[in-house]
Design a protein around this ligand. Structure first.
Ligand SMILES: [Zn+2]
Length: 378
């Protein structure tokens, strides 16, 4: 999932995401959208889909991760968490119920429960208290979510013909094309639970059991990629994933590099989100099948090669490293746009190849080749 923090994936148009990159789902950040434009405006315009005209799926996070990143600005209680907005310093309060209401108003396809996000190095007792709170918040999230769904929480996005508004338009239910194009957008929401427990495997297991007991449409692994060693992340996934329900999606939150995606799939994960392809694109770092490239590096000044010889994206088909470096060095906005485009193309294509190799039963070989090629080049 490309990350669309403010309802937009930075540096790339939706047409490109749809037509060239074929991104099926993007992530929106509840915290940011709640503060700006604010939930009243989002309700008034009929939810996030209507507001930003993205007609494919959206997953929204709970807002918790951002709030818990504001360590100086927050006060944690059983009821929820009080914090000061990073924008205007106003006092705000986030609870499981409030997060569910905001995400219902946003109208995302996948809603995340509000969890407490302890620091990566949290000790056992701290992590246990935290996961118990997370389990209580998960149950409250689910109850509120169900109430909102039963109340027919209307995001305004489902039109009279039963399709999302942008899909309805000229077409209607008698035109099967409109139903085929977006069968997943039916106006209903799914709720995912989150497994916490830091790097303590017994706590991870306990958190998994508590979360599965409540029962969700999908399960996320939270609290990884927050500064711990890579081996800790891989060990935690390796321990958890095989115990997670087989018939529900497994989502690793906030991860990661191309190598991380392949390694996590190998251990049983299905879904990811990360700002890496877009954020690094803006700072001149390109991810390729032969490792990372820093476009600022002088060695690219006369390099007529594309970012990645084996990438078929529009940027690699047209532009040289030399030109991209020139754009970056002169502060042209197109530098960030083009490198972001390539990075998203590379990440999404990597996942496409992962799926393809799984279907062919050759994912093990794919993984070895993919990792070897990156390692040899870096
Ligand atoms: Zn490319």
């Amino acid at each position: 999932m490309p990350v669309g923090t403010q309802g937009t994936v930075k540096g790339i148009r939706f047409e490109t995401l749809e037509n060239e990159l074929d991104a099926r789902i993007i992530l929106g950040n509840t915290y940011h959208l709640w503060l700006r434009p604010g939930i009243e405006i989002l309700r008034a315009v009929g939810g996030l889909h209507k507001f930003n005209s993205w007609n494919r799926s959206i997953l929204t996070d709970s807002g918790g991760f951002q709030v818990f990143s504001l360590t100086d600005l927050r006060k944690l209680k059983e009821e929820g968490v009080e914090f000061r907005s990073h924008i205007d310093g106003s006092l705000r309060f986030l609870s499981p119920e409030i997060s569910m209401e905001i995400q219902a108003a946003l109208g995302s396809e996948i809603v995340m429960v509000l969890d407490e996000c302890p620091p990566g190095q949290a000790d056992f007792d701290f992590a246990r208290k935290s996961l118990e709170m997370t389990a209580r918040w998960a149950a409250r999230s689910k109850q509120k979510f169900n109430e909102l769904q039963e109340a027919g929480m209307d995001t305004g996005f489902v039109s009279e013909c039963g399709m999302r508004n942008a899909e309805c338009g000229m077409e209607n239910e008698t035109n099967p094309q409109s139903a085929i194009r977006n069968p997943q957008l039916n106006g209903r929401q799914a709720l995912f639970g989150i497994i916490q427990g830091a790097s303590h495997l017994p706590l991870r297991r306990e958190s998994l059991e508590k979360t599965v007991e409540i029962g969700f449409d999908g399960y996320a692994i939270g609290g990884l990629s927050v500064g711990e060693e890579k081996s800790v992340m891989y060990d935690t996934i390796e321990f958890l994933a095989p115990q997670m329900p087989e018939d529900a999606p497994r989502y690793l939150m906030g991860v990661g590099t191309p190598e991380d995606l392949v390694e996590a799939v190998f251990r049983g994960v299905d879904m990811f989100d990360c700002v890496i392809p877009t954020r690094n694109g803006r700072t001149g770092t390109a991810f390729t099948s032969r490792g990372k490239i820093n476009i600022r590096n002088a060695k690219h000044a006369t390099d007529s090669a594309p970012l990645d010889e084996s990438c078929d994206c529009a940027v690699c088909r047209r532009h040289s490293r030399a030109f991209l470096r020139h754009l970056y060095q002169t502060g042209e906005m197109l530098a960030a746009i083009l490198i972001t485009h390539h990075n998203l193309a590379f990440f999404l294509d990597t996942m496409k190849r992962v799926r393809h190799s799984i279907r062919l039963g050759i994912f093990g070989e794919f993984r070895q080749d993919f990792l070897r090629q990156i390692k040899e080049s870096e």
